[in-house]
Write a protein that binds this ligand. Structure first.
Ligand code: UD1
Length: 364
């Protein structure tokens, strides 16, 4: 029996770890799998709802780190996670994604000599002003095993000199969660609750510091969202960072835009599945819309997930009025890419990861 710890911290981690937990839990003779929640995201809407929607067990450990500067948050996570590792003596640690919890826990486990894997390795935006890019680069530089979602991840790691025997193309565990929850999303009452017809609206999310921390820029983006609302209904579940900034800056959101609290996983999946078009700056939503075949406009200067553009339904646009409205008008003229499904985004990535970890641990 091998003990494995997987780390979750922020919202985009939960859907990546849930299928990994299920895959380990399906073989309890071989695996003792435990989830550690750092508490980087702590609101019920940003965290608890996801455990429920994804049918994840309560975390074995909760570090409760909360907010703070990046340094404070990273340092608190490291201190807490070191104690967890000392107490529970895992054979293997898994970190996912690109948030502060990812690098903080990887640094701890690698230094304790525990074999460590990064799921969603190799993605690069090549924009070092993004905190996530620093987290990705630093994590991939130190972990032992690297599980990759798309070809660009493989290419970047090999280019950076990583030993190919440590890199494994497995597909995308976030798409595993999407398969797991799709049927329940069809039962969601969210459309009736907010009075929206399926297939008629634009779904908006915005939370990247580069888009929402500067007052003039955020005002411009909210104006653009208001302009889109002249053509079709707009629904906008608002991330806490964006909400705080809108309030602090005293910005007025046009009445035609339906603002929501951050949605749970099932309701958000229902909103995304039946959107006519999605406008976002998220990482994960670029991939989910590609898997669902829903048109996506990403308001960012770079993407670390280029397969969503080369194969999927994603277009990347300058996050300005001209950039976004240009793409929106092309969408209205039916000039948006139709897209197809990237290789191995089939709902079985977590099973491949667990199978591979079994091979790696039995050989070591
Ligand atoms: C983090 C991740 C980002 C991810 C995003 C998804 C890092 C560096 N960034 O950014 O990659 O896409 O989560 O949500 O790890 N807050 C709450 N409640 C919460 C969480 C945060 O009110 O549950 C507040 C914080 O106090 C802060 C703001 O929201 O004022 C932003 O939180 P922060 O932890 O800085 O990161 P995110 O912007 O959420």
């Amino acid at each position: 029996m091998k003990r494995v710890i997987s780390v979750v911290g922020a919202r985009p981690n939960f859907m990546k770890v849930a299928p990994i937990h299920r895959a380990f839990a399906s073989d309890p003779q071989s695996w003792d799998h435990r989830i550690v929640h750092t508490g980087q995201h702590y609101d019920a809407a940003m965290s608890d709802a996801f455990f429920r929607d994804l049918e994840m067990p309560h975390p074995a450990y909760f570090l409760g780190v909360g907010g703070g500067t990046h340094t404070e948050q990273t340092a608190k996570i490291m201190l807490g996670f070191e104690k967890v590792c000392q107490e529970s003596q895992p054979d293997y640690v898994i970190v996912v994604g690109d948030v502060n919890s990812t690098i903080a826990c990887a640094m701890v486990s690698v230094k304790l000599g525990i074999r460590t894997a990064h799921v969603e390795a190799g993605l690069r935006s090549f924009d070092r002003t993004m905190p996530e890019e620093i987290n990705r680069l630093a994590t991939d530089a130190i972990v032992d095993d690297l599980f990759v979602t798309e070809q660009s991840g493989l290419d970047h790691l090999l280019h950076e000199g990583v030993d190919p025997s440590r890199v494994h193309m497995v597909g995308n565990t976030m798409i595993d969660s999407l398969h797991f929850a799709r049927q329940r999303a069809e039962q969601s009452g969210i459309h009736a609750q907010i009075g929206l017809q399926r297939g008629t609206y634009c779904l908006v999310t915005m939370h990247r510091p580069s888009n929402v921390d500067d007052q003039d820029h955020l005002r411009e983006l909210i104006g653009v969202v208001g302009d889109i609302a002249l053509s079709m209904p707009v629904v906008f579940p608002v991330h806490p960072r964006t909400r705080k900034n809108i309030d602090a800056m005293g910005l007025a959101v046009p009445e035609a835009v339906t603002l929501l609290e951050p949605a749970g996983y099932i309701d958000f999946l229902a909103l995304m599945t039946h959107a006519r078009v999605v406008l976002t700056d998220s990482g994960g939503i670029q991939e989910e819309t590609t898997a669902l075949g829903v048109p996506c406009i990403t308001a960012r200067t770079s993407t670390e997930r280029p397969i969503t553009v080369s194969m999927g339904t994603n277009v990347l646009v300058n996050p300005s009025r001209d950039g976004i409205m240009g793409a929106f008008e092309r969408f209205l003229r039916a000039e948006h890419p139709v897209g197809s499904l990237p290789p191995l985004w089939d709902g079985h990535a977590a099973e491949r990861i667990v199978h591979q970890i079994g091979i790696l641990l039995s050989a070591s």
